[in-house]
Design a binder for this molecule. Sequence first.
Ligand code: ATP
Length: 247
Amino acid sequence: MSAILEVREVTKTFGGVVANRGISLSVGRGEIVGLIGPNGSGKTTLFNSIVGQHPIDEGSIRFEGREISHLRVGEIARLGLVRTYQQTRVYTRMSCMRNMLISMPHREERLRDLFARFPREAYEEAEMLLDFVGLYPKRNLPAGELSFGQQKLLEFAMALMNRPKMLLLDEPTAGINPTLINGLVDRLLRVNEDLGLTLLVIEHNMRVIMNLARYIYCLAHGELLAEGTPDEIRDDQRVIDAYLGAH
Ligand SMILES: Nc1ncnc2c1ncn2[C@@H]1O[C@H](COP(=O)(O)OP(=O)(O)OP(=O)(O)O)[C@@H](O)[C@H]1O
């Protein structure tokens, strides 16, 4: 399977702290890949580097064969590579629909966009995606009235408004209840299968990532510790030690 994302020998430091050291990983088009590791192992830093939130010190990041490590967040999003966050980033006073509409492709976060009119197709797309995540009945409510888990579903739907080719999900199930977790996992599998969306997922919930990902990379202390299928990772003594040592 051809790689859609190729990370090669990426190093990122903050002052004296080496957050990522020589990390290489590859994600095939249409795959679901997991990124795990104890707290502080460098997962979020790697996501930030991939989507252009900060420059890297060394290495190369290629998306669909094109070097993107020098591009900015908006430019990378326009290529079809989008991320979500551990903490939701919805506008709590705006309705769910409005949150969806302002997430449309090629929009900058400018004030005038918050008040702009949108084409009818945008409304249809937003309604369809809200229905997909089970939030259609709540479409006119302020996003702040949704539970945390529902806000994460909304954020996921907002990311889909960008029609990405690949989504980077940062702890999609953190802080949400088991029923919503199952619903979210089900929808992630569906966007992968039905839309061919490639997913790279940071996840602390081992049951979730073992069921979701076909291949998993494990970081520890900013370095790649292990990689393999869920079964290989589950049995890898280095991974077990890294997690036990972290608690
Ligand atoms: N902006 C920053 N400035 C300074 N240090 C940073 C910054 N961002 C991350 N770090 C450091 O880089 C290291 C890796 O952090 P990172 O957040 O990438 O880990 P993580 O694996 O995502 O952790 P968690 O699972 O807790 O989210 C940590 O030591 C952290 O303190």
